[in-house]
Ligand binder design. Structure first.
Ligand SMILES: NC(=O)c1ccc[n+]([C@@H]2O[C@H](COP(=O)([O-])OP(=O)(O)OC[C@H]3O[C@@H](n4cnc5c(N)ncnc54)[C@H](O)[C@@H]3O)[C@@H](O)[C@H]2O)c1
Length: 255
């Protein structure tokens, strides 16, 4: 198994990409703290599914936009499993508003949940890795929109652009401590964050047509890459982004 004796925290781990990462990591032997902000029942079902498959998982209610909650979440992994090896900063939201429409409240919310969380999550995990003396890995679930403007979703793009620079700079700062930081940048993935698009057949048709591989990704296809990155088979990778987008960043076919 690729992640045996690996202690991992996944933020927003009870839905979409986070849930797929939890399930894939558990199958590979990881012990997981699932951070969640809502849907405690679904989280309990997920923990039961992990345990039924012979894995170890525990849930922690933590709001990633609060540094104290991030500390509580990391401490839960240390208390449960003796140390932390991998933090996956996955939790994220969108506003779907343009520059002219975005309110200060919306902007602050997106920045807190998408960028501040990754910043202080990385800081908290790095301090833990250094005090353990083990090194460690932070994987940020960014987006193709860390680099690619999306009109009508500007606060999201700005937050993911910040995550890109966080990963590059933190990766450089932390390299001497054997702490690595990697971004995973998915294109369009079939998860609840895209429920509006997925419910609109004409929007789906246009999107599928634009993607070189002709379809959205499944959450498990993002999770499989995260498992590879966390496995130690990617040990020379840091301060950079791995793009998983069906080719769309290189050019859309149908738009
Ligand atoms: N689905 C896509 O097409 C896509 C593409 C690129 C990047 N992403 C990124 O992937 C990540 C996961 O998104 P998803 O597609 O699985 O969507 P999702 O809505 O299914 O999952 C988002 C998760 O974040 C959690 N969350 C939100 N606010 C939180 C908070 N304050 N504290 C803790 N958790 C919080 C939600 O409860 C949920 O578990 C996000 O960072 C998103 O930006 C998604």
């Amino acid at each position: 198994m690729l992640l045996e004796r690996t202690s991992m925290v996944v933020t927003g781990g009870n839905s979409g990409i986070g849930e797929a990462i939890v399930l894939a990591a558990a199958t590979e032997g990881a012990s997981i703290v699932i951070d969640y902000i809502n849907h405690p029942d679904e989280t309990a079902h997920l923990i039961a599914a992990v345990e039924a498959a012979g894995g170890h998982a525990t849930g922690v209610h933590a709001d990633v936009s609060k540094a104290d909650d991030l500390q509580k979440m990391i401490q839960a992994a240390v208390d449960q499993y003796g140390r932390l090896d991998v933090l996956v900063n996955n939790a994220g939201i969108e506003t779907r508003a343009s520059l002219l429409e975005t309110t200060e409240t919306e902007f602050d919310r997106v920045m807190s949940i998408n960028l501040k969380s990754a910043f202080f999550g990385t800081q908290t995990a790095a301090r833990q890795f250094i005090s353990q003396g083990t090194g460690g890995l932070v994987i940020n679930i960014s987006s193709v929109h860390e680099d690619w403007p999306m009109p009508g979703n500007i606060a999201y793009c700005v937050s993911k652009g910040g995550v890109r620079m966080l990963t590059r700079t933190a990766g450089v700062e932390l390299g001497p401590h054997d702490v690595r930081v990697i971004n995973v940048a998915p294109g369009a993935v079939e998860t609840p964050i895209n429920s509006t698009t997925m419910a609109d057949p004409s929007e789906m048709k246009a999107l599928d047509k634009a993607i070189p591989l002709g379809r959205m990704a499944k959450a498990s296809e993002i999770a499989d890459v995260v498992i590879f990155l966390a496995s130690g088979k990617a040990g020379y990778l840091t301060a950079t982004t791995v793009v998983i987008d069906g080719g769309i960043m290189q050019g859309s076919v149908g738009l």
